[in-house]
Design a protein around this ligand. Structure first.
Ligand code: ATP
Length: 202
């Protein structure tokens, strides 16, 4: 799985539609202070399912929407699209019919955010698992935020272990185990209810 394009519109300082091509090999982003280099990395983290506003240098999830300048009004919506080359078929089975994937995340003021993969509505969890299975994602240790090294040094042991689990590629399994546990609990509740009905009938 390789990232091929990153498209932004209304995301932080990228108010106008902007498209970046991600070629094979090393990609460098250069520019003066404040031009939006970190915002690009945040867009990447956001489209992969980041849920923490703090990791996106904001206090609320809507802070990623262009907030306006003296010259331009704020926007109601932000959207980021990540183009993926899936020719090695490493995406989860439900997406594996496609040789390329477009993962879209959109947030609208007052309406929350939604995800699509190749036009199909999906859950945040599906997108997070798609990237976790490929050994990357919003919390990937490959994406290092400003100040993150200091945070890591001061972190509690269990938070530090989480970083190691991401690096070892087991975080997708952990998320799947959690989902299975929830399903198991729901099935147990249904069984209890069924038993109550059977008891009533006897
Ligand atoms: P540095 O090299 O100093 O770290 P940078 O190139 O990484 O800078 P960013 O931190 O990505 O720059 O961009 C900061 C700019 O983005 C600031 O001008 C800030 O006002 C703008 N910005 C951040 N969030 C929003 C938003 N929601 N709406 C509009 N502009 C925003």
């Amino acid at each position: 799985m390789k990232f091929t394009t990153l498209k932004l519109v209304g995301f932080k300082s990228f108010v106008d539609p902007t498209e970046l091509r991600i070629d094979p090999g090393l990609t460098g982003v250069i520019g003066p202070n404040g031009c939006g280099k970190s915002n690009l990395l945040e867009a990447l983290r956001w489209v992969m399912g980041a849920t923490s506003a703090k990791s996106l240098r904001g206090s609320g999830m809507e802070d990623v929407i262009f907030s306006g300048t003296d010259a331009r009004p704020s926007r109601e919506r932000a959207e980021v699209t990540l183009g993926i080359d899936n020719s090695d078929r490493t995406a989860p089975p439900r997406f594996n019919d496609h040789v390329s994937l477009d993962v879209i995340r959109r947030i609208t003021r007052g309406a929350g955010s939604a995800y699509k993969v190749n036009g199909e509505d999906v859950r945040a969890k599906d997108v997070q698992l798609l990237f976790a299975d490929a050994g990357t994602g919003a919390n990937s240790p490959a994406l290092v935020r400003q100040g993150q090294i200091n945070e890591l040094i001061a972190a509690k042991p269990e938070n530090r272990r989480r970083v190691l689990e991401e690096a070892a590629g087991v975080s997708g399994l952990r998320a799947r185990r959690h989902e299975s546990e929830l399903r198991l609990k729901a099935a147990e509740t249904n069984l209890d209810r069924l038993q109550d009905v059977v008891d009533d009938l006897e």
